[in-house]
Design a protein around this ligand. Structure first.
Ligand code: BGC
Length: 763
């Protein structure tokens, strides 16, 4: 017996060594290859690897590169972005590997943010599915399609936490929660990179924007951020770290400053936090003209800011060419070292090696794949299903929804028959003309176009100047120059023979996204006028709300009986909307960002601190407590909120122990019952509160969730396991610790309506 054990043990040890040895040998091979290559490189060629110009198909700022072809031949380009199609990419790659001296292949990057040609919901919508498998699959499909079109690097996932819906880029992230944001970040990285980056259908992820970009002052894009390290470590950093832990190959620096130094020049952030504390081994790219912009930040002239960026740990410069134009001079003047250039160059070459580009620079240039793997029926079906899982039912008075397929529908609103505005922001490869509009979707799902009467009712916004600002990037909103009165009268007319009014309202695709900040997050008055007129008809009204941010729809919540929030669902949006409106899919999405009652409540988020003068729950105003004179503290809809066509009840919350010691764990069990008339999915959420700490702790923190399918009338037990890691946080010295004491546990279907238990963490 003993002998057998020893043998098995030996075999296992050898096998484990072998498994470990494999990546090690690969790493040794890679290092040797790169060392030999770098020995042949001139300083100019090394600096050239750090240069990332844009091909200019789609840009978000000044393009300061010219003669890109010539520069590629001279070895002055490391990668190119905003170029797509196998044909174009192959021909550019050919220049690099056939005409440049050292034949180093290029990286090809692109903002593949929520799908490629098969467009998935905007990330904020995607996050509301709370479905890690679907989210990972969406990134997998995006990677498959993008790589089939020649791209090998995506500027995604965007994991910036944000609590400010004025900021248009909330649309690109996963909402306000660090834990959920972290889980989503990991799923996205897994989806893009898979297990093997050298496969031709995986692409390198780029986590952005490091760091804190979502906390820009007043929600104005590119604005200053000022935050305590306590908050950075406990909240905003977590999703970036999760993505790094999941193996993301690259990181993008943010535009904003961190602790008084722009992220692009912030050595503490890049070297101490990212590389030393988190062990990040990939490369760091600046954001678009991030180096150049540091002159405006007041950090010095072009040469100075370029040197600062390199010294802070930037490996690649996106647009601006500060590295290309000034680093050599800085080297000769002793302002930077050759070692700093070498380190950056090595990381760029490593990325190319990891993608398998030195073995085959045309790995991602397979014209057959481009034909067969992009915008396939299967991918579109996946996008449609994912979209329907991202919708959040906010209100459904009198169970107006789901609708009957033979109902006569007045389909009203500027987004009802609007293919161009279905995909949402950052859809650089999407074919908007082909997107499924709500009108298309309803016709497809009911098969009864004759039952629909359509009217526009109003423009997306009343002001034509604003309309041109939100109609960018090939997504005009379809401005109608008739007077509001005429449009409303036409809409009311169209409702005459209908059983139900479905109003398709909200924002246009580009009302949110980069540089789309706003100061008032209510629905525009012209849309509300239309709603008033529709409600006055006395017919039931369902509002389908397109939006890239939480909106303050307090008036609508009071007056409109049913509200379905559909974000921007992607290329199949309209079909998914119809799937949910007619009950083929029962809605199950839950909000990942709090909806405020008005703009003035911002920032408002569920995991806030208690203050020394908290207002007791359910109360409004109390002199000298922390509240407002004019509006209660409560949000309109809390984090985690979302209804279904069925209802769920929670009972029998039970903890397996009243106390735990470090090293132990405890189970929290709850019974969830489907008490309504539909089978449905419920997202069960677990929150904790650490009651006493050496630093103040939030009133609630999400620590677990599970999406469960429960048939009508049935119950399911859901069990969460809490261990010591769930109880840890960064203390005043920024050590990650747990502290003994009382904890509360909350379980429920949103962050407000919860069952409560408690336990003690012992020494
Ligand atoms: C954005 C990035 C994006 C880059 C390249 C910038 O303006 O901030 O998110 O990846 O442009 O398109």
């Amino acid at each position: 017996m003993k002998k057998t054990y020893t043998l098995v043990f030996l075999l296992l040890t050898v096998a484990a060594m072998h498994i470990q040895a494999q990546p090690l040998t690969q790493e040794i091979k890679m290092n040797k290859f790169i060392t030999e290559l770098m020995a042949k490189m001139t300083i100019d060629e090394k600096i050239g690897q750090l240069n990332l110009p844009t091909a200019g198909d789609f840009t978000t700022g000044q393009t300061s590169s010219s003669d890109i072809g010539k520069k590629i031949v001279e070895g002055k380009v490391g990668g190119l972005f905003n170029i797509r199609s196998v044909e174009k990419i192959r021909s550019v790659q050919q220049v690099a590997v056939e005409e440049s001296r050292l034949k180093i292949p290029l990286l090809f990057g692109m903002d593949v943010i929520h799908g490629y040609k098969s467009v998935f919901p905007i990330p904020l919508g995607l996050s509301c599915s709370w479905d890690m498998e679907l989210i990972e699959q969406s990134a997998r499909i995006a990677a498959t399609e993008a790589s089939a079109d020649g791209i090998n690097w995506t500027f995604s996932p965007m994991v910036d936490l944000s609590r400010d819906p004025r900021w248009g880029r909330m649309a690109e992230g996963a909402g306000e929660d660090p834990y959920l944001g972290g889980e989503i970040a990991k799923a996205m990285v897994r989806g893009y990179q898979g297990n093997d980056l050298t496969l031709n259908n995986t692409i390198m992820a780029c986590v952005k924007h490091f760091a804190l970009y979502g906390a820009s002052e007043a929600g104005r894009d590119y604005n200053t951020v000022d935050m305590s390290r306590h908050r950075m470590y406990n909240e905003y950093f977590l999703p970036y770290k999760a993505a790094v832990d999941a193996g993301a190959g690259s990181v993008m620096a943010s535009f904003n400053e961190v602790d008084g130094i722009p992220a692009t020049a912030n050595r503490w952030l890049m070297e101490d936090v990212l590389r030393k504390q988190w062990g990040f081994e990939g490369f760091i790219v600046t954001d678009y003209t991030g180096i150049y912009e540091m002159m405006e930040h007041g950090m010095g002239d072009f040469q100075t800011v370029s040197a600062l960026a390199l010294k802070a740990g930037m490996d690649m410069e996106m647009v601006g060419e500060g590295f290309l134009l000034t680093l050599k001079k800085s080297l000769y003047e002793g302002k930077i070292t050759e070692d700093q250039i070498n380190k950056a160059c090595r990381r760029m070459l490593e990325a190319k090696y990891k993608l398998g580009l030195f073995d085959d620079p045309y790995r991602y240039c397979d014209a057959k794949r481009a034909e067969n793997e992009i915008y396939t029926d299967a991918h579109r079906m996946a996008a449609r299903k994912t979209a329907s899982e991202s919708f959040v039912l906010l209100k459904n008075e009198g169970n107006i929804l789901p609708l009957k397929k033979n109902a006569k529908i007045a389909l009203i609103g500027p987004l009802a028959d609007n293919r161009l505005n279905m995909c949402g922001t950052w859809t650089v490869a999407g074919d908007f003309e082909k997107a499924i509009s709500v009108l298309d979707g309803i016709q497809m799902v009911t098969g009864k176009p004759e039952l629909i009467s359509l009217a526009r009712g109003c423009n997306v916004v009343a002001d034509s100047i604003l309309e041109t600002r939100i109609g960018m990037f090939g997504k005009p909103t379809g401005w109608d120059s008739r007077s509001p009165e005429v449009m409303i009268a036409e809409a009311v007319n169209a409702t005459e023979n209908s059983d139900v009014i479905v109003a398709i309202l909200g924002e246009a695709s580009e009302s949110s996204g980069e540089c789309s900040s706003i100061t008032n997050i209510e629905l525009p008055e012209n849309q509300r006028d239309l709603l008033r007129a529709l409600l006055n008809t006395g017919k039931p009204v369902v509002m389908v709300l397109f939006t890239g941010r939480p909106l303050a729809i307090t008036w609508e919540e009071k007056n409109v009986p049913a509200i379905l929030n559909v974000w921007f669902g992607g290329s199949e949006a309209g079909a998914a909307v119809a799937d949910v409106l007619f009950g083929d899919v029962v809605p199950s999405g839950k909000l990942t960002a709090t909806f405020p009652q008005n703009t003035g409540q911002i920032p408002i988020f569920y995991n806030h601190k208690n203050t020394g003068r908290p207002l007791p729950e359910g109360q409004w105003f109390h002199k000298f407590l922390s509240n407002y004179l004019d509006v209660p503290n409560e949000p309109l809809y809390p984090f985690g909120y979302g209804l279904s066509y069925t209802t769920f009840s929670y009972s029998d919350l039970a903890l397996s122990k009243n106390s735990i010691k470090p090293g132990e764990s405890l189970d929290v069990k709850v019974t969830v019952t489907n008490t309504g008339n539909f089978d449905g999915k419920e997202i069960v959420q677990l929150y904790l509160r650490d009651m006493v700490g050496t630093v103040t702790r939030p009133v609630k923190e999400l620590k677990g969730f599970e999406k469960v399918f429960i048939k009508k009338g049935e119950s399911k037990d859901v069990t969460f396991t809490i261990d010591i890691e769930d109880l840890k946080f960064y203390n005043y010295d920024l050590s990650f610790v747990s502290e003994p004491g009382d904890f509360k546990v909350f379980v429920g279907g949103n962050s407000r309506d919860v069952k409560e238990g408690s336990f003690v963490l012992l020494e």
